[in-house]
Design a protein around this ligand. Structure first.
Ligand code: UD1
Length: 418
């Protein structure tokens, strides 16, 4: 069991270069199943979730190699369309292999996916959409047996919620389906656009990504290509917040500024000075952060649920009261206990959390309960007086590549011990 040990109190200084986005890499790796020939993904983060996706690819017969930050996949010799339960359970994104495998082979057997415990995470929207496209899905002892004997057919699908995963699954099923698929109320996250960009390079016909209505015209065959994965906007907010809470100054390079416009104004409202160019962000912190007006998590382009814990962490030391409203997941305040252990004043009632800023946090022994919640504890630890120890850091490793090295490079006193 490894843990992170942080001695708080050092202001972060320097430059951090953003890695590729986990939430983009995973559906992209699933999409490679649809291509003939070799596909190369550059800027692929070295994360446990990415390694899990590579294991799924290898398991179904793909050639998959990761060298540094480039992954190559050749899916020409797929020989199995069943993904074992242990691999499905390793992460939530394993479910996007369903649409890809169905599209490619016309049948597959998968299990319910794992991933962060954020409350119930049903997959009804994924399954309903695939059924509408002609898939037959039978539940058998926890396994989903899926087949499309007549092939998948395009149709109009109205999502009752703009689910990111369901939109990705439908896109993957639709690119090789017969006819046109229209997704109404589609997710508009930048990762959807990255997936659409990749699929277009492979020969797919997709329009409307980044908007609420996505149109996909099926094609007979897709071919591999070279694709550079978009920068990780959530890791970006994490490192900016780490600088902000410690009173630091940081240059974040390799960013796509436009992807972060739903969060940067919050940091500005908190008193940070932010200079942006297209591919870097420069943040200077104020002497003390200020509280911000009510933050409601919403689908993109709203305030992202993935940064709720991270921004909450910095608001624990802000002057004033900040109210959070979590509207995407039912149980996404599990980091609050850890923050309270460190001296934060937070009151949770249902979907709402009220943070009254304190002057100081104190080092504590806390456990990461999920990926972003774990990152929130690290950020708090950087500013806390004394030593903070964070256990269960496998959650953090799912989404941050060597977080301790990145933060250490910017001056933080943090180390990983076994
Ligand atoms: C993705 C991201 C995750 C992010 C989330 C919301 C990845 C790997 N993960 O997760 O980091 O927090 O988007 O931006 O990209 N829902 C249903 N039925 C479904 C599908 C979803 O009710 O079939 C509900 C979920 O329970 C949740 C909400 O819709 O309450 C959002 O889920 P969704 O957008 O699908 O999130 P993920 O794709 O799982």
């Amino acid at each position: 069991m490894q843990k992170l040990v942080i001695r708080g109190g050092t202001a972060l200084e320097g430059e951090i270069s953003l890695p590729g986005a986990k939430n983009s890499a995973l559906p992209l790796l699933a999409a490679s199943v649809l291509c003939k020939g070799e596909t190369f993904f550059e800027n692929c983060p070295r994360l446990t979730d990415v390694f899990s996706a590579c294991r799924i690819l290898t398991n179904i017969g793909c050639r998959c190699n990761m060298k540094g930050h480039t992954v190559s996949v050749c899916a020409d010799s797929i020989n199995l369309s069943e993904i074992p339960e242990t691999l499905m359970q390793e992460m939530r994104s394993s479910i996007v292999f369903l649409g890809a495998l169905l599209g490619r082979t016309g049948s597959c057997q998968v299990y319910y996916p794992g991933g962060c415990e954020l409350g119930p995470r049903p997959i009804d929207l994924h399954l309903d959409a695939l059924k509408r496209m002609g898939a037959k899905i039978r539940r058998h002892e926890g396994r989903l047996d899926c087949s499309a004997p007549e092939g998948l057919c395009g149709c109009c699908i109205h999502l009752k919620f703009p689910s990111v995963g369901a939109t990705e699954n439908i896109m993957l099923a639709a690119v090789l389906a017969k006819g046109e698929t229209v997704i109404c109320n589609a997710a508009r996250e930048p990762e959807i656009c990255d997936l659409a960009d990749f699929l277009r390079k492979c020969g797919a016909h997709i329009k409307g990504d980044g908007e609420s209505t996505l149109r996909i015209k099926g094609t007979k065959e897709l071919h591999g290509c070279i694709h550079r994965i978009m920068p990780d906007r959530i890791a970006g907010v994490t490192y900016l917040s780490a600088a902000a809470i410690t009173g630091g100054t940081i240059k974040l390079s390799g960013v796509k500024n436009a992807h972060m416009e739903n969060v940067l104004p919050v940091l500005e409202q908190a008193g940070c000075r932010i200079d942006r160019s297209e591919d870097f962000i420069y943040l200077r912190s104020p002497k003390r952060l200020r509280s911000v007006s009510r933050l409601r998590t919403m689908p993109h382009p709203g305030f992202p649920t993935d940064v709720q814990a991270i921004i909450m962490s910095i608001m624990t030391l802000a002057d004033g009261i900040t109210v959070f409203e979590e509207n995407i997941f039912e149980s996404r305040y599990r980091h609050v206990d850890g923050l309270i252990q460190m001296g934060a004043e937070i009151c949770v009632s249902g979907r709402t959390a009220v943070v009254s800023g304190v002057k100081k946090l104190y080092g504590a022994h806390a456990a990461a309960t999920d990926l972003r919640g774990g990152a929130a504890l690290v950020i708090a630890g950087l500013a806390a007086e004394g030593i903070t120890e964070i256990r269960q850091i496998h959650h953090i490793d799912r989404g941050y590549e060597e977080i301790e090295k990145v933060l250490k490079g910017a001056g933080a006193d943090i180390r990983r011990i076994s």
